[in-house]
Design a protein around this ligand. Structure first.
Ligand code: 0L1
Ligand code: MG
Length: 266
């Protein structure tokens, strides 16, 4: 099953130029549907695929995938009703010990996520939660730093998909657990900014079960004639709403059972 496009290939490339320049230059642009009101989610995925090819051609390595907008809190926060996916590269990965530069982003926000690493290929279109659990090597805690390139973090689904689901940076914690050794619907998280609790939630907020978000991601990949190979790193989506950060902020995400992930912004 291939994407059904309503925008011509030349215009897909032009929209990709805009998104790529805004991501690399860390500046805000207006949402793509302002100029292409008929743009569909499939058109957005075509822009995202073009962006991925461009980054890979520049030598970035594909590091994994992320499911986005997978909780009611996130959908309500962003005014959309369907989850999305985006790709992750090695250039987006950050460690806990080195300050994350806010000057390289427009208006970053952080969110707590359960991440998965797979040990078997996963192929849609009928991938299920159980398929994901059977294919999971381990789960680990993660914080995603999202950064919509659209002014005021205001967009529609087609635009945000083209902007690679606002992917910007991510940090993982050290604990790795077999998914059978914990109840993945009951991982409580508390996010602290500069020592103050700013968000909290439970992993069931992610489509009822974070593995459901991974299954959804695999099924969306199938619509693009792609699969999720064994060894993939995948983030399942924010458990709480995303919290704005700026230079000087220290963030700690405390996950029940999965430990904590900390980072500072400079
Ligand atoms: O990871 C996410 O849930 C982000 C998806 C895109 C929407 C946003 O920028 O909040
Ligand atoms: Mg996210």
């Amino acid at each position: 099953m291939a994407l059904e496009l309503t925008i011509k290939p030349d215009d897909i490339r032009l929209l990709c130029d805009r998104v790529e320049a805004a991501q690399e230059g860390a500046y805000a642009i207006h949402k793509l549907t302002d100029d292409y009101p008929s743009m569909t989610i499939d058109d957005g995925y075509a822009v995202q695929a073009e962006l991925r090819q461009r980054y890979l051609a520049k030598g970035h390595q594909l590091a994994g995938w992320k499911a986005g907008l997978t909780s009611r809190a996130k959908m309500e926060q962003m005014g959309v009703h369907v989850p999305s996916i985006g790709f992750l590269t090695d250039k987006m990965a950050r460690t806990e010990s080195i300050g994350i530069k806010t000057s390289e982003m427009v208006h970053p926000r952080v969110e707590c996520e359960v991440a998965f690493v797979t040990k078997k290929d996963l192929q849609g279109p009928d991938c299920t939660l159980q398929d994901v659990l059977d294919a999971t090597d381990y789960v680990l805690p993660a914080v995603e730093i999202i950064d919509s390139r659209f002014s005021g973090f205001k967009f529609d689904l087609a635009s945000v998909v083209a902007d690679n689901g606002s992917s910007a940076r991510y940090v993982t914690g050290k604990v790795r657990l077999n998914p059978r050794d914990l109840d993945l619907t009951k991982v409580g998280v508390v996010m602290k900014k500069n020592g103050e609790v700013v968000a909290s939630g439970e992993s069931s907020a992610v489509l009822g079960h974070p593995a459901e978000a991974i299954a959804m991601l695999v099924n969306i990949l199938a619509e693009q004639d792609e699969m999720l190979p064994a060894g993939s790193f995948v983030m399942s989506g924010g458990i709480t709403e995303a919290i704005p950060v700026q230079a000087g902020d220290a963030i700690t995400a405390e996950f029940q059972i999965l430990g904590q992930v900390s980072m500072t912004f400079v």
